[in-house]
Ligand binder design. Structure first.
Ligand code: ARG
Length: 262
């Protein structure tokens, strides 16, 4: 969910147990409260036309800003299961090509005609979903799914995109991006314990924090080498030292996702 997902609450619950692991790092850079898509910069959907805003009627924002998504076929958007679980298709509008969500004079919109999400969501990882556009975004470039299971451990720098929380350090509901290195499963396992599922999630950020995705970015793309490697899923706070961002691992769900993209 936009503000406090179940995963986020679970992550909060394990903070005390895992805080000691990062005490040395965390205390030096401790920041109170949620932080924005820290260290990000203004981005342009003209450069990344496959980046989709998934607006929802339940959004606290007048723009409807709620989750992100990625156009993977003219009529299919990959997003996070936790974004769509328990929602009706009619509550959603997919928006393409609109950097500033308040500027409704630009970009394309589509209603959602169908929602699929991984039936194993809720049992750890599996935070993946595919929604169908009622009005396909014909002619808009799509992003291919990454199939290479080794990328998460490669140390490559990924870029994450979204319209999510900025906590005042950037304009609200405006498309942004930030580069975050893939940290490998061990980093998130030591930060989050069993809450992190190496088989199905990838870990990205900096040990010292400072750059991360945040609330409202969920479902959006984590990209390496022109492929969708991850889907914004969860984290303890945002950009806090010792608490990397956790992303659904697209390669793990490649076959399943592909079967729902057609
Ligand atoms: N669960 C959040 C959402 O629904 C995404 C949180 C990402 N957090 C992070 N620290 N990277 O928007």
């Amino acid at each position: 969910m936009h503000r406090s997902s179940k995963r986020t609450r679970l992550a909060l619950a394990i903070t005390a147990a895992t805080a000691a692991t990062f005490a040395g790092i965390g205390s030096a850079h401790a920041v109170e409260g949620p932080q924005p898509i820290v260290g990000g910069e203004i981005a342009h959907t003209s450069d990344t036309p496959w980046a989709i805003q998934m607006s929802n009627t339940a959004s606290p924002s007048p723009t409807g800003e709620y989750c992100g998504g990625t156009l993977v076929a003219a009529n299919k958007v990959v997003t996070a299961a936790h974004c769509v679980e328990g929602t009706s298709a009619s509550s959603w509008t997919a928006v393409q090509g609109r950097d500033d969500l308040a500027d409704t004079s630009v970009g394309k919109e589509s209603a959602i005609s169908d929602i699929w999400y991984d039936p194993s969501y809720g049992q750890g990882a599996h935070d993946v979903a595919v929604v169908t556009l009622a009005t396909p975004f014909e002619g808009v470039p799509t992003l291919p799914l990454n199939q290479d299971t080794s990328v998460g451990e490669s140390g490559a720098t990924a870029t994450v995109y979204g319209w999510g929380e900025t906590e005042g350090t950037g304009p609200a509901d405006t498309f942004q991006k930030v580069d975050v290195p893939l940290m490998g499963d061990a980093s998130c396992a030591s930060a989050y314990g069993n809450e992190y599922v190496g088989e199905g999630e990838v870990c990205a950020g900096y040990e010292e924090g400072g750059k991360d995705s945040c609330q409202g970015d969920s479902g959006g793309p984590l990209v390496v080498g022109g492929k969708l490697v991850g889907i914004v899923s969860w984290g303890q706070g945002c950009a806090d030292a010792g608490n990397p961002g956790v992303y659904s691992e697209v390669s793990t769900y490649y076959d399943e996702l592909t079967s729902h993209i057609g």
